[in-house]
Design a protein around this ligand. Structure first.
Ligand code: PLP
Length: 405
């Protein structure tokens, strides 16, 4: 299928609306993506035609819902090239997946063990590990970052030792757009016998990771950043690891047998899927993955890269504008500030023009502390954005600068 930006934009009803009297220019895709009509239809179809609880009823409706939910799990398995469907655990999103793994490692780690995080993380890939370290006495080490907003890989190598049990790094930084060298990170961690969790929340809308090729132990992501609904995501875990970790939550669905003397747990994936899941969300996640693959990640990457290069070039023509995150490996996220102007003020003026950007620390305060700034203006571009929208952003930033100077 040829990449036709006009027909792609027509798939997204929200992109046709106006905000503050101006056509919406949605550049906050790193926070959440917009949803195509197909995904919206999948949600309506579920509640209109086959809403029922899954894995329990003998009745036809329940069977239909179960089949569709399990089909979605298969789609996700194929998309990420995961070996076994039961290695796909449905979660409520990235944050849930990370907490599930961190909670499990509380039974594995102890005094003298070390875990390694990167300086480029989202708070959801920092705080659960700090809580884990407090609980277990394990020590948290941090891979430092460079002025370009990339990871210092020599420092990473130096941090690794026989004491390292777990490394957790994001695939792509949501604050700066940096693509981290996760192949290398995983390979080196395995050399010292450590497991690796990759936070893919920001990556999966831009690229299609091959989880078997990566040989990663855990990979987490959220549907809502890849054109799917909020409140659903996946944890991928290698079977041997998922069998090793204890269940995270107790409840229905996750048990094999319950008595007051002893409960035995269900097999994977149900062991980690307590309670009624987001059935509709899981099914619509599968639809979103179909949609993205229909456009094709090759075409998505190419278009986004062109937008990134164009936007970077045009923004840098503005005097006093500084971009944070200048590594060569980066995706279409541009974090910037205007000299002497608070990012919040820029964002407020852009909003008046219908341009949606994010301002603030982007749930990554350590990065802002590193650059000694209160936050940035972040424009994050998706495959449905256009050069004309980049022009609107650049004009808006120029206008904000004139007004605030
Ligand atoms: C969005 C994001 C998260 C959090 O995802 P939730 O869907 O809010 O759980 C974590 N890490 C990164 C890199 C993100 O971009």
């Amino acid at each position: 299928m040829a990449f036709n930006i006009e027909s792609i934009r027509a798939d997204f009803p929200i992109l046709q609306r106006q905000v503050n009297g101006k056509p919406l220019v949605y550049l906050d895709n790193a926070a959440t993506s917009q949803k195509p009509q197909l995904v919206i239809d999948a949600i309506v179809d579920y509640y209109s035609n086959y809403n029922a609880n899954i894995h329990r009823g003998v009745h036809s409706l329940s069977q239909e819902a179960t089949d569709r939910y399990e089909e979605a799990r298969q789609k996700i398995r194929q998309h990420f090239n995961i070996a076994k469907a039961h290695e796909v655990i449905f979660t409520s999103g990235t944050t849930h997946g990370i907490n599930l793994v961190a909670n499990g490692f509380a039974t594995i780690l102890g005094q003298g063990d070390e875990v390694i995080v990167s300086a480029l993380e989202h708070h959801s890939n920092i705080v659960p590990w700090q809580m884990l370290c407090e609980k277990t006495g394990a020590e948290l080490k941090v891979i430092p970052m460079t002025q370009e907003g990339t990871l210092d890989m020599a420092a990473y190598s130096a941090l690794l030792s026989g004491n390292t049990k777990l490394v957790f790094v994001n695939h792509i930084s949501n604050a700066l757009g940096t693509i981290n060298p996760i192949e290398d990170i995983i390979f080196k961690a395995h050399q010292v016998g450590a497991a690796v969790l990759i936070d893919g929340a920001q990556a999966c809308s831009h690229i299609k990771p091959d989880l078997q090729a990566l040989n990663v132990d855990f990979y987490v992501t959220s549907a809502h950043k890849m054109c799917g609904p909020t409140g659903v995501g996946i944890l991928y875990g290698k079977e041997e690891w998922l069998n090793k970790l204890p269940p995270y939550q107790g409840g229905g669905e996750m048990i094999a047998e319950v008595s007051f003397e002893k409960t035995t747990y269900a097999d994977l994936p149900h062991k980690f899927e307590a309670g009624t899941p987001n059935i509709c969300g899981g099914i619509a996640f599968g639809t979103a993955i179909d949609y993205l693959n229909q456009i094709g990640f090759h075409a998505i990457e190419k278009h986004e890269h062109e937008l990134l290069e164009y936007a970077t070039k045009e923004l840098l023509k503005i005097e006093g504008l500084k971009i944070y995150g200048t590594g060569t490996e980066k995706t279409s996220v541009i974090s910037f500030n205007l000299e002497g102007i608070h990012p919040y003020d820029v964002g407020t003026i852009l909003d008046k023009m219908g341009i949606a950007v994010r301002t603030g620390h982007h749930c990554a305060q350590p990065i802002m502390t590193f650059f000694n700034i209160p936050g940035t203006v972040r424009a994050s571009l998706a495959f449905y954005n256009t050069k004309e929208e980049v022009d609107a952003l650049v004009a808006g930033v120029r206008k904000a600068q004139q007004m605030l100077r």
